[in-house]
Design a protein around this ligand. Sequence first.
Ligand code: ADQ
Length: 734
Amino acid sequence: MRRFAGALLVTLGLLAGLGYITLSRITRSWFQSDLALRSQLAVASARESLASHWTSDPTLLNRTLADITRDERIMAAAACTMGGDLRAATESYPAEFSCRSVLERMRGEAPAAQQWSMRAELPSGPVHLSATLVPADGGPLGVILLVHDLSYLERRDVTTRRLLLAAFFVLSLGGGLIALTAARFAWRGWTIELRRALTGQPTPQFQPLLRDVRALAERLAHEQEREGGAGIWSPARLRATLTQHLQGERIVILANREPYVHHKTPEGVRVLHPASGLVTALEPVMRACSGVWVAHGSGSADRETADSHDRIRVPPGEESYLIRRVWLSEAEENGYYYGLSNEGLWPLCHVAHMRPVFRAGDWECYVAVNRKFADAVCEEVDTDDPIVLVQDYHFALAPRMIRARLPRATIITFWHIPWPNAERIGICPWRDELISGLLGSSILGFHTQQHCNNFIDSVDAFMESRIDRESNAVVQGPRRTLVRPYPISIEWPVRWLQQVPDVASTRLQVRAELGLPPDALLGVGVDRLDYTKGIEERLSSVDELLTRYPQYRGRFTFVQLAAPSRTKIDRYRELNERIESLAAEINARWASGSYRPVVLLRSHHEPPAVFRFYRAADLCYVSSLHDGMNLVAKEFVAARDDERGVLVLSQFTGAARDLTEALIVNPYDLRQASAALAAALAMPPAEQGERMKSMRRLVSEFNVYRWAGRMLVDAAELRRKERMVGKFRSGWSS
Ligand code: ADQ
């Protein structure tokens, strides 16, 4: 940018210099012809007087010459005979210009001319000398020599130069400023700058990246084109897609977590909805499509509620699909779930500075459990070319295992967490097996293009295969695996909202339950208690907010809903303790009377309870240190049908690419995050409305039915192609 501004200044300097030289030449030549004309006019107007006094009284001729020199710029005048004798001259006439010498030069340089002139230097300064013939009937009477003062011309030159210098300075300053502004606008995204300029937002760092907005717009346009622009995705449209593209085939989902967990309680068996992004996204899809969900039966009452084939029809009261429960021993669960999946793969894939632990025993369990689940899937299918949706990092090996038993199956695997770069994945002792297992899929989905790129780079680094970069596919022998981004989302509208009162009443109720005044400012965070979610950073930002913005002390309360998660793992227990003591520390620092800035609700909340908090809050802060997507952000947006409330969102979530109207922050930067919280609390309702409206439009359109629909449409296309190739092959061989 500096080089560009420098080059511009030099160019402007050269232009100004050239301009000056040209201008001064032109004005000089104009001026000389102007003087020559003046001399001619002066002589012509005095012609009669000159002619009458030429031969008579020299005193009168002198007076005529003196009259001519009344013109302030004519210094002196002389009358010469054609023979070169002086007839008369004003007092100031310079001796340097004798009649003879001037006439000689005139005759030499312009023999036939009526007038001749030259520029000359006298000790007093520059002058212009002109010689003009005095016409008469019988030929010229003589010559009038006029000396013009040119020193004012020099003075005018100096003034012109100064003016030009000033103009150059102003131009270069203006040009420099324009260049810097243009460069800044070009580099930082002119729309962001423009919007900020228009709305006067004080926090440019919270603004989305233009690249993401553009990518989003392109994605929308592309999808609308492919899907014939058939409007918003809904359960009905998803069902229609299944019928249209896949002849209404049922689908089999393989996921570790089941959508309904049956627990024994003193009051009897209770059904719980687990706190899981995967379940949040997939359950509505299953309701829309029907089929079987194969999962670990983890509830204490799961066995007694399942039938003899380990199946149960759900949702309770609206039965439309099956859960097939797979039973795991404690050792299997420890090795496969807690060990390899959550102490190995989870920290491996999230850049949250937690070292992965790889134990050979855990790996053996992981392989065995993947086989167990793959077998269960094969038992549940009703054709030899079923559609199977394999979910997440718990089942990296299952796609190849299912493929081995059902070669014609369409296997769509979705990886719900980030896929790291090849260097990082390279530290896993079983990276080749993991990648190879995933390549058993027909389609492999990630939330973002970046994760797809990372996966393809990992294949490139560690596997024997051909990469078709044109169609983003990995080819191994006759098999292709398409690698595609499918950003996950939530159902729209969210069914739980029917059980939650409107925003105004929920605001009052929740504040009353928390013992807060009705006008208290409320922030909310909702997470599984996991170190990738940045809960410590979030609470520290609240602390920083109260330190730097004293006006919120006593007025702002942050409620953190934290569902205990993976509590068998030491790190999760330690995190739990750290968060508790951090909350206590912050509360001790800012407590006054009954006021406590942090309310920690460490328990699982059923979805309607979670949505109550979204509705009651003034802001929601999602501060993940790394997150595949993050559905909490989208749920908050879905909850706010009043188009109020501000989402503060970590730039390290997949959601930050879609929800560009949130205040985007780096959660590690406590100053920035606290400034964003302050900006959210002070944001005028109109701006909140604009941002929320735009995010709601996006989430409603990019809902989970679209996520599933797009994958199924891609699967259908693939099946069509494979069937066609199969037909040709059998034609060739017969
Ligand atoms: P998760 O890591 O589980 O999901 P997320 O996407 O935020 O994270 O979903 C969490 C879900 O659990 C939400 O529906 C939320 O409402 C619920 N929840 C959180 N805390 C709760 C609490 N205290 N009580 C009850 N419910 C709670 C993984 C990836 C994400 C990805 C999803 C879907 O880590 O990046 O978005 O899968 O692909």
